[in-house]
Write a protein that binds this ligand. Structure first.
Ligand SMILES: [Zn+2]
Length: 239
């Protein structure tokens, strides 16, 4: 019969493994990966939107400057036309010169208007793409929010499970002799979370190696309070 404190130690070990599994599940929650993906997706859409928008702003700026040129040419034409109509038009040659200038200005204006049209044609698909992106962005933002809530829920549930497991472990661990608890904790840290192992049919359940018969005998007949360690893996062995 193993001593009561060793039996207790195995019960603590069991709870520790439950807690380790919970910590692992917390780290590896699929909801966390989904959240990361949703964040990445939204960030990608926002970056694309920002790039398209700066293109749009640049084109819109060019369009506005062309519009201003058109307006300015328009007022120059209006001014010359007004002079032509008035009595101050001067000689026929002057009138001809003014008419020629109007003609030349009107040609310039048509050229600028053509360029403006080009820009409007470039702007159209960009504006459409921006509108579509805005819709995608709001869907992605909603998805992100949903994923965040799902992660929070999953974390909360795991925290409840952890609190329950800790609540079971604490009173058991409190009853362990302190030197045994210390030795167990050190081994657990060093040996992948398992500091104490049961001896099952002569096999250490920590490293799965069979103990020599003499060693087995020694363990089975160890005095109460004597702690034995597996010769292979170093874990506390509980017969
Ligand atoms: Zn072992």
């Amino acid at each position: 019969m193993p001593s009561p404190s060793l039996t207790l130690l195995l019960e603590v070990q069991e709870r520790d493994l439950v807690l380790d599994r919970l910590a692992y599940r917390l780290r590896e929650l699929p909801e966390r990966a989904a959240l990361k993906q949703a964040e990445h997706h939204l960030a990608g859409l926002l970056a694309r939107g920002a790039a398209l928008d700066s293109e749009r702003v640049e084109l819109a700026g060019r369009q506005q400057s062309l519009e201003e040129q058109v307006a300015s040419i328009g007022s120059r034409i209006a001014l010359i036309e007004a002079r032509l109509r008035s009595a101050s038009a001067g000689s026929f040659r002057d009138q001809q010169a003014m008419a020629a200038e109007i003609e030349s200005l009107a040609r310039q204006r048509r050229e600028i208007e053509d360029r403006e049209l080009d820009i409007m044609e470039q702007l159209e698909p960009i504006e459409k793409a921006l509108a579509a992106l805005a819709e995608e962005e709001s869907a992605a933002a909603a998805m992100l929010e949903e994923t965040r809530e799902a992660l929070e829920l999953a974390e909360r549930l795991l925290a409840e499970e952890r609190a329950a497991a800790e609540g079971e472990r604490a009173p058991l661990a409190a009853k362990l002799p302190s030197d045994l608890a210390l030795s167990y904790e050190r081994l657990r840290e060093k040996l992948g979370g398992v500091g104490a192992a049961r001896l099952v049919d002569g096999v250490c359940s920590g490293c799965h190696l069979r103990l020599p018969a003499s060693e087995r005998e020694r363990l089975l007949h160890a005095e109460e309070g004597v702690v034995s360690y597996c010769e292979q893996c170093g874990r506390i062995l509980v017969p």
